[in-house]
Write a protein that binds this ligand. Sequence first.
Ligand SMILES: N[C@@H](CCC(=O)N[C@@H](CS)C(=O)NCC(=O)O)C(=O)O
Length: 232
Amino acid sequence: MAIQLYELVGRDAGRPFSPHCWKARLALKHKGLDFVTVPVPFTAIPEIEGGASKIVPLLKDAETLVADSFAIAEYLEAAYPDAPSLFGGEGGRRLARFVEAWSMATIHAALPGFVIMDIHDCLAEPDQAYFRQSREARMGRPLETVVEGREARVAHFLASLAPLRKMVEGQPFLGGETPLFADYIVFGAFQWLRVVSGFPLLPAEDPVAHWFERCLDLYEGHGRSVPAAAAA
Ligand SMILES: N[C@@H](CCC(=O)N[C@@H](CS)C(=O)NCC(=O)O)C(=O)O
């Protein structure tokens, strides 16, 4: 049986948007593995595989279940050593953890301030209620206030991408001439933005946008198989 990837969706099961699930998708493509995706809304996650995980992505490969995008990449690297490497060695695996931490602290921390209402709006009704309750409890304020004044924060966000911009100005991918899992980590965040929101955050002429387009082209344009959200 093909590998299964449980991934988050909203009202439209054909528009997976979770950044972490996209990381896992591209890791599977990188390894050249056949897989099927299983769309899951927020409120159905606790029921997957008899309650195996509280989060997606969740990968099922025969009897093996692996949750968490980084753990999935590590699993694929160990289970399929003859397929192209996701990390380029142990040093690369450890450096990819830095990229994950940077992406979480810089991009994931900022994106809700631009698009949290778009995320909410793309969910089916029971998931909207769950999302609002859980995220408002986490952030301590109504979702609507999180995106207030977002235009004024764009310049600061773009400036925070300087290390990424510097890298991808000088080489096609974070991995060098070809991508590694580190690229997919950051790609996942921008794909999240692209699928849920038409908010124009990244100018087309930004080298980061050029790198993102190169990532969208990978594996016969796999990332483009889900169209971008309509412009805001
Ligand atoms: N560290 C995990 C994070 C996964 C994660 O946060 N997944 C979210 C969807 S993007 C989730 O399943 N949330 C469940 C919930 O909020 O109830 C990874 O890299 O996969």
